[in-house]
Design a protein around this ligand. Structure first.
Ligand code: GTP
Length: 343
């Protein structure tokens, strides 16, 4: 199997559509990089697949605002982390790449921050039809230089995977992002840790997914099944059992009435102060009273920011959508907090 895989890796007359998979822990900067790619590569016909943890789609909206309306963006928001991701991904890719569809130069898949990369990569080798039409070009891992050491060092219960470690170990390219938030000493510690987990993948430093040429991550033909099988001989075993850290959950909230800006700002600030350790990631698109523009807020651990987006569309439903991902999150509590912020 490894020999055949090695031969397939070396074929260069390959007409299959290249697929780039962006991985990386919650809030590492995957969407930021994706937006850069779509902005800079306007002449390249990409389809984009975003997979979020939780049922409320937010990422597709954060991506869509940057690209022209013709860009194809597909969501996989079924609340799963990765176990059913393979079926979803196969279904969407098979549909996109079937004969008669618009030809594509490439597909970019943005996985959830909690995704285990193995099942995502398996998709390209176990689905017989897809194998003929798509080729996994590279697993590109975005690392948050500020929070990486904590996440990578986290001790999980027996048998439970540390997804952050898997994401680095499987990477074909590593982007050490958020270099603006850390000093040289921290960067060297992060890089040493990454190297201990993955000795081979080329690595660059960047900020906001920028500061390097995109050909470092696109069209690189870097994914090697032979290499992965060497590392993990049962990689293609579809029944391979793995456990997730079930203490990490997602809460999605919606509000159709407008929110009061001062109240929502006060609530989110207070939430981070009181529950910041448990909230790994929060993000949302808000409908603020008296504002014609959408407002986006982003939180990664204790770092919190917000900015106005484009105006609401004429036919668009004006509603706020918020997602919280972390530990010990209670829907009722968070929902009550949000309701207190209605204008
Ligand atoms: N200071 C700083 N902030 C960054 C950088 N890259 C991304 N961010 C911010 O970090 C937050 C999360 O970035 P995203 O690109 O949404 O991260 P993500 O990996 O797609 O997040 P999830 O999909 O939710 O896991 C946003 O507020 C970004 O603006 C960076 O290099 N420096």
């Amino acid at each position: 199997m490894a020999e055949l895989a090695s031969k397939m890796d070396k074929m260069d007359t390959d007409a299959r559509v290249p697929v780039t998979v962006l991985i990386g822990y919650l809030g590492a900067g995957k969407t930021t990089l994706l937006n850069r790619i779509l902005t800079e590569k306007q002449d390249t016909k990409y389809a984009v697949i975003v997979n979020e943890f939780g049922e409320l789609g937010i990422d597709d909206r954060l991506v869509r605002r940057r690209v022209n309306a013709e860009e194809d963006i597909f969501e996989m928001n079924n609340g799963c982390i990765c176990c059913t991701v393979r079926a979803d991904l196969s279904r969407i890719l098979n549909k996109l790449l079937q004969p008669g569809m618009k030809p594509l130069d490439g597909v970019i898949v943005e996985t959830t921050g909690l995704a285990d990369p193995a099942p995502v990569a398996q998709t390209f080798f176990v689905d017989e039809v897809l194998k003929e039409r798509a080729r996994l070009d590279a697993l590109v891992t975005v690392v948050d230089a500020k929070h990486a050491l904590t996440r990578l060092g986290e001790i999980k219960p027996e048998g439970v995977e540390n997804e952050a470690v898997e994401q680095v170990a499987f990477a074909d390219r590593i982007l050490v992002n958020k270099c603006d938030l850390v000093d040289e000493e921290q960067l060297q510690r992060v890089e040493a840790k990454l190297r201990s987990l993955n000795k081979l993948a080329p690595l660059v430093r960047c900020t906001k997914g920028a500061g390097f040429a995109l050909d470092f991550v696109l069209g690189v033909k870097a994914f090697s099944l032979a290499k992965v099988l060497d590392m993990e001989p049962d990689f293609l075993d579809e029944d391979g059992e793995h456990q997730h850290d079930s203490s990490i959950t997602s809460v999605g909230l919606k509000a159709s009435k407008p929110l009061d800006m001062v109240s929502i700002n006060g609530w989110l600030t207070e939430l981070l102060a009181s529950k910041g350790v448990d909230i790994f990631r929060m993000k949302g698109i808000l409908h603020i009273q008296g504002q014609e523009r959408k407002f986006v807020f982003q939180g990664v651990h204790m770092l919190f920011s917000g900015e106005p987006l484009e105006e609401w569309g004429v036919d668009e439903v004006r509603e706020s959508r918020l997602v919280f991902i972390g530990r010990n999150l209670k829907f009722e509590e968070l929902d009550a907090g949000l309701k207190d912020c209605l204008a």
